[in-house]
Ligand binder design. Structure first.
Ligand code: SF4
Length: 110
């Protein structure tokens, strides 16, 4: 029997402020349909973490990075609300926390 391909593990971080008015449906619709920023993933890909930044200036990211690494994501997506809707002023810091942890970062979700 052939080995099954190792699934790509994806984490998503989104804007705490926008989460007050967004349940994340757009992110999951895009992932489930393999559309927009998720278009290149195959059917085995998994979302293994989905969390907010914790509010300006992204304080939760540093607190969670150990747990996030424990989920062994191959990539972290910065949600569309973070990189486009809010034009987050702290996005470079947030991106850097993941990159310093050796996790690839992709901008956008849906
Ligand atoms: S740090 Fe950025 S993503 Fe987080 S609440 Fe503030 S604007 Fe939104």
């Amino acid at each position: 029997m052939a080995d099954e391909a190792k699934p790509t593990k994806i984490a998503v971080i989104r804007c705490e402020t926008i989460s007050e008015i967004c349940p994340g449906a757009g992110c999951f619709a895009a992932f489930n349909g393999r559309k927009a920023s998720f278009a290149d993933y195959d059917e085995n890909a998994q979302i293994v973490a989905y969390f907010t930044c914790g509010g300006c200036s992204g304080r939760r990211v540093g607190n969670l990075i150990g747990e996030i690494k424990g989920a062994e994501p191959d990539v972290v997506h910065l949600s569309t609300c973070m990189v486009k809707s809010t034009d987050c002023p702290h996005v470079d810091y947030i991106r850097g926390v993941f990159e310093d942890a050796g996790i690839k970062v992709v901008e956008g979700t849906h």
